[in-house]
Design a protein around this ligand. Structure first.
Ligand SMILES: Nc1nc2c(c(=O)[nH]1)N[C@H]1C(S)=C(S)[C@@H](COP(=O)(O)O)O[C@H]1N2
Ligand SMILES: [Mo]
Length: 218
């Protein structure tokens, strides 16, 4: 299957790239922001944070649905995901709301934007709600989901993504707090209106922008 990528034309700059006064410390990253967001400490460990256990799915049974306000809903198999999209690698940082940051993680996968584009979102599409196999959900503005460093990853530091970190496939959102990246991703729902996810309904910030110390909504 050959998938055609087409991004909506009106993707706006959002605070994480447009912010001229981000808080934080250390050298700047490639977006010109201090690498360590305010209140974060650096760790070389990689804690596991879950609402429940680790759902397991083989790559044979794995499916990724892209549905909602799109003209070509997708039900991708693992081979569509691996062979139907440009495979990219990127090194980025991972910021958890519980204050640890893991720097320089090397990821392999495909751009979430390429997958969403293949489903041909309507011009009225503005948000996505990501659904995972453990029942977790998290929401993103479409403009965040389409950023080039937001990936559907299957590989970390050259190894298959471990199940506890969301293997075989998860989302990463390096410019937002890590809870915005759903592990064990199963469905991406493209929406006209925002719909709060699991933590967003329980008091986490809807925007989750680390460089503004934007953690909780109440
Ligand atoms: N499906 C799913 N995705 C999830 C979570 C979860 O509980 N379930 N937790 C989130 C939170 S709060 C964080 S900080 C990161 C943690 O990723 P890690 O366990 O690989 O460190 O995953 C996010 N994605
Ligand atoms: Mo988290």
């Amino acid at each position: 299957m050959k998938l055609r990528a087409r991004l909506p034309h009106d993707v706006e700059a959002t605070p994480s790239i447009a912010d001229d006064r981000p808080m934080g410390s250390g050298t700047t990253n490639r977006h010109g922001m201090p690498r360590l967001p305010p209140g974060q400490y650096e760790t070389t460990k990689w804690p596991v944070l879950n609402i429940s256990g680790h759902p397991s799915v083989t790559t044979e049974r794995w499916r990724l649905h892209v549905v909602g306000t799109v003209s070509s809903p997708l039900a991708l198999t693992w081979s569509h995901y691996i062979d139907g999209f440009e495979q990219v690698e990127d090194t980025s940082d991972f910021h958890c709301v519980t204050k640890w940051s893991r720097m320089d993680t090397h990821w392999g996968g495909v751009r979430l934007g390429d997958v969403i584009a293949a489903a041909e979102p309507a011009d009225t599409a503005r948000f996505v709600l990501c659904h995972a196999l453990d029942g977790y959900t998290t929401n993103l503005p479409l403009a965040e989901a389409l950023k080039a460093d937001v990936l559907l990853v299957h590989t970390v530091n050259g190894q298959p993504l471990p199940v506890e970190h969301g293997g075989p496939c998860r989302i990463i959102t390096p410019q937002l707090c890590a809870w915005k990246g759903a592990k064990w991703i199963s469905k991406i729902e493209v929406l006209e209106r925002d719909h709060a996810g699991f933590w967003e309904r329980r008091g986490y910030s809807n925007t989750a922008y680390p460089w503004r110390n934007d953690r909780y909504s109440r």
